[in-house]
Design a protein around this ligand. Structure first.
Ligand SMILES: [Fe+2]
Length: 360
């Protein structure tokens, strides 16, 4: 099944996926929309802390890992089909929302145990997803992508039908998030907004989302890190806007370079991306419009600001990196994922960038 995904993605990407056919709510009145339905509740173990009451029949699914595996998805599909759920409510960070999307993606498979070449065009159009993010980072609630893993390898699903139909942005959800997670998810949102902005695929619309997201992040960083309600509210909105931006453009080199840093050193996704972005920007130069939105005259000042921010937030690179690890990292970067980057990097440049990032 997964071997076919690349082809299917290309086919789907030709169609317009950029019109956000989505309703956003800022409270749980959204639940009225699903009160007559039976929902598959896709959530992680933190769900019970939130005290959310979903006013319809609910079947809970939490058997998935932070980087959801294909096998977990098939278990979810089986549960969805056996219990006749007709909507999915995803509560959590990117993993919960991506799991919900992937369950929808594969929900047309007749036999979930059968890893066959069934047609992916069976994606159920009549299975709405309500996404309730509990972190302000991935913006997954605003994209038509999902990442899942098979045999340790990352697969990206892309299909317009994966864009959640309903989104609930509730600032309360961020209150219990540990500080390190708050920092990393905020940095992920900031990097997504910046990468989308300089992406080759940027449009007038995506740049508007990016600009707004960057402003909101800068202006509300302090309140958000102090766990103030207003700051949390604005950061949730910023991450949603950054999600809308990458829904149009996808991400660029810092994201492409970050994935192996996460798997090799166990760094949080936002931590790994944020280590890469300033060095990539320094290499590419330019983008004074992004620098000026950050409050600086040129890229040099903006990069210095980002590097200082990482120091202040205590986001450091891993230590004692070996030559062998440098090779693994350099070879891990998927050329296709880099194609969106405004400047093309060859292998040697990528290796040198990793040396700078990892201070080798
Ligand atoms: Fe990201």
């Amino acid at each position: 099944m997964l071997d076919n995904i690349q082809n299917i993605q290309n086919f789907k990407r030709e169609k317009s996926v950029y019109n956000l056919n989505q309703q956003t709510f800022y409270d749980f009145s959204a639940f009225d929309l699903i009160k007559d339905k039976k929902s598959l509740l896709v959530c992680d173990n933190a769900f019970d802390c939130f005290g959310i009451e979903i006013p319809c029949k609910t079947v809970k699914f939490n058997s998935f890992t932070p980087n959801p595996k294909y096998e977990d998805i098939l278990t979810g599909v089986k549960l969805l089909n056996e219990t006749n759920c007709d909507c999915i409510v995803a509560v959590g960070g990117g993993s919960s929302i991506d799991t919900a999307k992937a369950i929808k993606y594969f929900s047309g498979i007749d036999n979930a145990d059968n890893d066959s070449n069934s047609s992916i065009d069976n994606v159920n159009d009549d299975l709405p997803i309500m996404a309730i993010p509990t972190t302000s980072g991935t913006g997954s609630e605003a994209t038509h992508f999902a990442a899942i893993y098979k045999n340790g390898e990352k697969y990206s699903l892309a299909d317009e039908r994966l864009l959640p139909e309903y989104v609930v942005l509730q600032a309360d959800m961020l209150k219990t998030l540990p500080l390190y997670q708050k920092k990393c998810t905020m940095l992920d949102a900031l990097c997504q907004a910046i990468e989308s902005w300089w992406s080759r695929g940027a449009t007038k619309e995506s740049i508007q989302y990016s600009r707004e997201a960057v402003k909101l992040i800068l202006n509300n960083m302090e309140g958000y890190l102090n766990n103030e309600e207003f700051g949390n509210k604005k950061m949730l909105l910023a991450s949603n806007l950054a999600g809308k931006a990458i829904n149009i453009t996808t991400t660029t080199a810092p994201h492409a370079m970050s994935y192996k840093l996460t798997t090799l050193y166990g760094l949080s996704h936002g931590h790994a991306v944020a280590l890469c972005l300033p060095k990539v920007w320094k290499k590419m130069k330019n983008f004074s419009d992004i620098a000026s939105t950050l409050g600086y005259q040129n890229y040099k000042e903006a990069v210095a600001f980002l590097e200082e921010l990482l120091q202040k937030l205590e986001i450091f690179p891993p230590e004692n990196v070996t030559e062998e690890e440098l090779e693994i990292l350099t070879n891990s970067v998927n050329a296709e994922r880099l194609s969106n980057n405004p400047v093309l990097f060859d292998k040697e440049t990528i290796k040198n960038l990793y040396k700078e990032i990892l201070e080798v």
